[in-house]
Design a protein around this ligand. Structure first.
Ligand code: TZP
Ligand code: MG
Length: 214
């Protein structure tokens, strides 16, 4: 476990990705199964609807004492006083967030190109998403597939906490941790599962077992 990011299984959730139960139900089930940080990623909501959903989800994350991250909307993040925010390469840059939000807030930044590791945005971020490890139908506007070699490469170039995202599941989680990721972020494998709690438990078990082996 990375000392600056003590979370191993990161759920990235949207209403659209939840197939069998409403978002709040999936979130509760996933937490029961071992998810230890949650990001709300809603791409098609108005800011006011996004805030409403974030408020409802924050009640659950607060109850379970786990951090809530808001995807790509500083207004929403501020409105619900979330633990942090996650931004991509084409979103509000981390340097700007630093200037406009409390200094104790946590900023995640997605790495799509190796060159980003040298920029001021990576420096300003607290942790990095490696995006995507494998191509996925959940996000199609991506640049490359990092694969395990990409994780190893990025691991050799930065000490920051690394979160692997993109088609992560119980079958590939251990290899991704072994390659150098600190945490696994999941959308579909959990949100579209018939038993989100059971699936989360399985993935968490794979991650923990691999961390113990390292
Ligand atoms: N960023 C890179 S891949 C991705 C995001 C948000 C989606 C991952 O979704 P899934 O369903 O876990 O492959
Ligand atoms: Mg984005």
């Amino acid at each position: 476990m990375h000392p600056d990011f003590p979370y191993q299984l990161y759920l990235v959730i949207s209403e659209e990705s939840c197939l069998h139960y409403p978002l709040l139900t999936v979130a509760e089930m996933a937490i029961e199964g071992g998810v230890d940080i949650i990001q709300l990623r809603e791409k098609n909501l108005s800011t006011s609807a996004f805030i409403k959903k974030a408020e409802a989800l924050k009640k659950i994350t607060d109850k379970h004492r786990i951090p809530l991250i808001i995807n790509d909307n500083l207004k929403v993040a501020k409105a619900v006083d979330s633990f942090g925010i996650h931004v991509g390469n084409n979103d509000m840059p981390p340097t700007e967030i630093l200037q406009n939000w409390d200094k104790n807030k946590v900023i995640g930044y997605s790495i799509e190109y190796l060159e980003q590791l040298q920029n001021a945005q990576t420096k300003a971020a607290n942790h990095l998403g490696i995006s995507p490890i494998y191509s996925t139908a959940t996000k199609t506007d991506t640049v490359t597939e990092w694969g395990l070699d990409g994780i190893k490469k990025i691991r050799s170039l930065t000490q920051k906490p690394l979160i692997a995202i993109g088609r992560m599941d119980a079958d590939n989680a251990a290899d991704v941790i072994k390659a150098g990721a600190d945490c696994i972020a999941v959308v579909s494998a959990i949100c579209s599962a018939e038993y989100p709690e059971k699936t989360s438990k399985k993935i968490k078990h794979q991650i923990q077992q691999q961390h113990e082996n390292l």
